[in-house]
Ligand binder design. Structure first.
Ligand SMILES: Cc1cc2nc3c(=O)[nH]c(=O)nc-3n(C[C@H](O)[C@H](O)[C@H](O)COP(=O)(O)O)c2cc1C
Length: 171
């Protein structure tokens, strides 16, 4: 399958980037075609709600920022993996922007499954993010493959790696 991992932490050596890389290795080892996009380093603005895409734009967004690189990747992907740190009890703004900018086409054209990787400092901070993730899966009509989370003392551990490998194993 075609997998796209949206790695949204701006920290290249952080835990989210590490989990995304472990997922990539496991999925590639199983024969899948994987692209890893460093969304955390991209300039992606929030949706303007201008409705250009649904009127004159014929599905194209009026904003010409780094989202232009992601549109083809997101539309080609059969599986999307959202990899994001928790900021203020929800998914970080970088991943929210990438998802919300899909408003122009309602949903990524070929996506059938979604998975979620999350990092945080504290335990017990995932309810908002997992509820949002569940609702996005339902809204897009795709399979919710589940999530792996890692608080500070679970980061870059063998146990977390095995959870990520198991999640990739559901592909
Ligand atoms: C702006 C900001 C907000 C954060 N908010 C939370 C939070 O609400 N709860 C929490 O447990 N950690 C919070 N953190 C900590 C990060 O989630 C944590 O350091 C995580 O490991 C970062 O992922 P990374 O290593 O992939 O960058 C916050 C960090 C930043 C920079």
């Amino acid at each position: 399958m075609k997998i796209l991992i949206l790695q949204a932490s701006p920290r290249a050596n952080g835990n989210t980037a590490w989990m995304a890389e472990e997922y990539r290795k496991a999925a590639e080892a199983a024969g899948h075609e994987v692209t890893l996009a460093n969304v955390g380093k991209k300039k992606i603005a929030g949706c303007l709600a201008c409705e250009y895409c649904h009127t004159k734009g014929n599905g194209a967004c009026i904003q010409k920022d780094d989202m232009q690189e992601l549109y083809p990747l997101m539309n080609e992907a059969e599986v999307l993996v959202l990899a994001a740190p928790i900021y203020y009890f929800t998914l970080c703004a970088q991943i929210q922007a990438a998802v919300q900018r899909m408003y122009c086409v309602q949903k990524p054209a070929n996506v059938k499954k979604l998975a979620l990787l999350m990092s945080s400092y504290s335990p017990g901070v995932y309810d908002g993010a997992t509820a949002e993730f569940r609702d996005i899966c339902n809204y897009w009509g795709v399979e919710n493959m589940g999530f792996v989370s890692a608080k500070i003392d679970e980061q870059k551990t063998e146990e977390t790696k095995q959870k990520v490998v198991a999640l990739a194993g559901k592909l």
